[in-house]
Design a protein around this ligand. Sequence first.
Ligand code: GRF
Length: 208
Amino acid sequence: MLSRPKIGILGSGKGSNMVALHQAVQEGRLDADIALVISDVQEAGILEQASKMGLKHIYLAPGPYRTKLDEQAELSYLQHLQGAGVQWVVLAGFMRILKGEFLRVFHHRVINIHPSLLPSFPGLEAWKQALDYGVKFTGCTVHLVDQGIDTGPIIMQQTVPVSEEDTPQSLHARIQQAEHETYPLAVQKALHSQLKIQGRLCTAEEAG
Ligand code: GRF
């Protein structure tokens, strides 16, 4: 039987990826325990969803900056995650950049999902960037978080076709469906195979 690593989920939005991860845990597709859900937004849907699902959850103030945690907030996030015994941090729509001490403590153990096929369209509203550019395929990418923005080693990707009728909303919805399939698979892979990171490359070996 596979061990059950503890994961902490960080999110700022509606939390649909967290729901998909929770469902995968319930259905035995993801061998992990969701030990804690943290949001930097007090009224975020992700906290409401976590409450409905009976998951331990907390709002932690992010400090004065708009795009990152201040030093004190970063410490408090770390303390709560470590206090809950978290081994892997899974970002599910967390709208702040994690850096420095956080990434040192959870080295190669912070996972993110991004709504495009990286390295195309990093940053905000990636589905809109894809539509504006005119690509025929986009998708989602699960990657390890490094010091850059959406630049870390890629664990898994899924393609999504773009149709001529798409609006930003319809394309985003289709990408989110792909995210909900891919994220549990990718997290399972990260947690239960030996990830080998060589520069940008991330390969997985079956754990012995
Ligand atoms: C997802 O589209 C993800 O790719 C991005 O933020 C969004 C979060 O959505 N990083 P949700 O809160 O999981 O519904």
